[in-house]
Design a protein around this ligand. Structure first.
Ligand code: FAD
Length: 455
């Protein structure tokens, strides 16, 4: 006897066409699902900034739909190592503060290095990746200029989405991939619940692009051409080469004990002199580098969802994924990688829901809609169980590593040794991100769903 999905496939609405919403859509189209992506913007405009994916996250993309990996690579993805003698990718931490050698005050002590292996990371420009990703998805799936306003569960079990332009749409399920300021999260928890909104991490960032010749003059040839993270009391500065080694992208993060005055405005004008004050006593290499930053800089307040984490990611046939569920500060550079793991988990679950529906038939008391509703609610509960702890750990861990980079002990000659012990912890945290057992996650997801659906 035919099952119910043959003539009535699942309809899934994704709110938000960022990296996670579009990757998820690309995964779901492989699962005989009718997908719609509702994006508030007029077009897919990402900023031209660089970002990197771990080898592990790229394998997760491939499991959802190999075209996502092709999109990443056609969008200009490259291995981040530029060292001809050693093709492996590394993260490096260096003492940014102390002048440990009296005879050479610009000497910097290398503190720690982790080997991520060959193509351990692949860097890409966000805008180029997104542009290529859009092409993986049939055009009619994406609706632009649709800003979600409300979601309501209808009496028949379907979910209705209302947009700010007054239009409505319906689906069997809604997946909120609408980023750090997620409307879906706010609708889930209410506008009087702090879990609905991101909060200030008490770090501010200043970013600049510095031409390579100036970076080499300040830092020396090797440091300028390779990623380095300079740590010291209450601040750190990370840089890596971009634009075919013609520039470096440098970002300074500074601890701020104060509250941020306005959570609606998170980027404000800043000055190079602010940074010069913070880094005045640091190693001369860094003060020299900062002199090449533009006089006027953007000062960016770093927000995340750690102070009030989402207590759960699911409610009935509505679920949160990516930054909407777990927006992190950028210190692990892995927020999108974690969102890709979410997407793989959801694609796995939708496959299971389809398998359930394929063998079920309607009876006098159960309709197609109620069967879909029950299976989807069970699937999203499994998603919450499988994904919440790991993804919230990432938000927590990102704050933790930043605090370790900013330890006041870096500024105290008798306590350097104490500060340096943090690298044992940083290594473990990095490896937990890079070596995620996605096969184990898939198995766990399938087993938990089967358990939940057992009559
Ligand atoms: P977003 O990219 O924020 O997309 C959300 C989408 O939803 C947007 O298109 C938005 O317009 C849309 N939307 C919002 N509200 C609505 C609404 N009401 N209705 C309809 N549409 C809506 N991660 C890594 O893995 N590697 C890195 O190297 C890395 N570097 C980073 C560097 C920095 C400086 C920062 C800040 C983050 C970095 N991250 C990195 C994290 C990564 O950028 C995010 O985790 C990722 O972009 C989240 O993707 P998303 O699709 O969940 O959300």
């Amino acid at each position: 006897m035919p099952g119910i999905i043959e003539d009535s496939p699942l309809e899934i609405a994704i709110v938000g066409g960022g990296i996670i919403g579009l990757s998820l859509a690309a995964g779901l189209i492989k699962q005989n699902v009718k997908v719609k992506v509702y994006e508030q913007a007029k077009g897919f405009r990402e900023i031209g900034a660089g970002m990197a994916f771990t080898a592990n996250a790229i394998r997760c993309m491939g499991l959802m739909n190999p075209d996502i990996v092709s999109a990443l690579r056609s969008g200009g993805s490259v291995a981040t190592s530029m060292d001809e003698d050693d093709p492996n990718d590394y993260l490096r931490w260096i003492d940014g503060y102390n002048k440990r050698r009296k005879d050479d005050p610009s000497h910097q002590t290398m503190l720690f290095k982790i080997d991520a292996g060959y193509k351990g990371f692949e860097g890409t420009r966000r805008d180029m990746f997104l542009e290529a990703l859009v092409k993986v998805i049939p055009q009619e799936i994406v609706e632009l200029k649709k800003r979600l306003d409300t979601i309501e569960e209808k009496a028949d079990g379907r979910v209705q989405l209302k947009f700010t332009d007054g239009t409505v749409a319906e689906a069997d399920a809604v997946i909120g991939c609408d980023g750090i300021k997620s409307r879906v999260r706010e609708l889930m928890f209410g506008s009087d619940n702090p879990a609905s909104f991101p909060h200030y991490t008490h770090k501010v960032a200043y970013r600049a692009l510095v031409p390579m010749d100036k970076a080499v003059a300040a830092l020396g040839d090797y440091k300028a051409h390779n990623q380095h993270n300079h740590v010291g009391p209450n601040a750190h500065l990370i840089h890596y080469p971009v634009a075919n080694q013609t520039m470096i992208n440098a970002t300074a993060f500074v601890s701020d004990p104060n509250e941020w005055p306005d959570d609606k405005v998170t980027v404000v004008p800043g000055l190079r002199s602010d940074l010069e004050d913070v880094f005045a006593d640091w190693n001369p290499c860094l003060t020299a580098l900062i002199r090449h930053f533009p006089e006027k800089l953007e000062k960016w307040a770093v927000f995340d969802t750690w102070d009030f984490p989402a207590p759960n990611y699911n409610r009935g046939a509505v679920v949160l994924a990516g930054d909407a569920a777990h927006a992190s500060s950028p210190h692990h550079g892995a927020g999108a990688c974690c969102g890709i793991e979410d997407a793989l988990c959801l694609v796995t679950l939708v496959k299971q829901v389809n398998a359930t529906l394929a063998v079920q038939t309607t009876t006098a008391t159960t309709t197609t809609k109620t069967m879909k509703k029950e299976a989807l609610a069970a699937a999203f509960e499994v998603f919450d169980n499988v994904r919440r702890t790991r993804s919230q750990w990432l938000v927590n861990s990102s704050r933790r590593v930043c605090d370790l980079y900013h330890q006041p002990e870096w500024g105290h000659p008798q306590k350097w040794i104490k500060a340096e012990t943090c690298f044992e912890e940083i290594r473990d945290r990095s490896l937990k991100i890079w070596h995620f057992d996605y096969d184990g996650m898939i198995k766990d997801t399938v087993d938990r769903y089967a358990e939940k659906m057992r009559p």
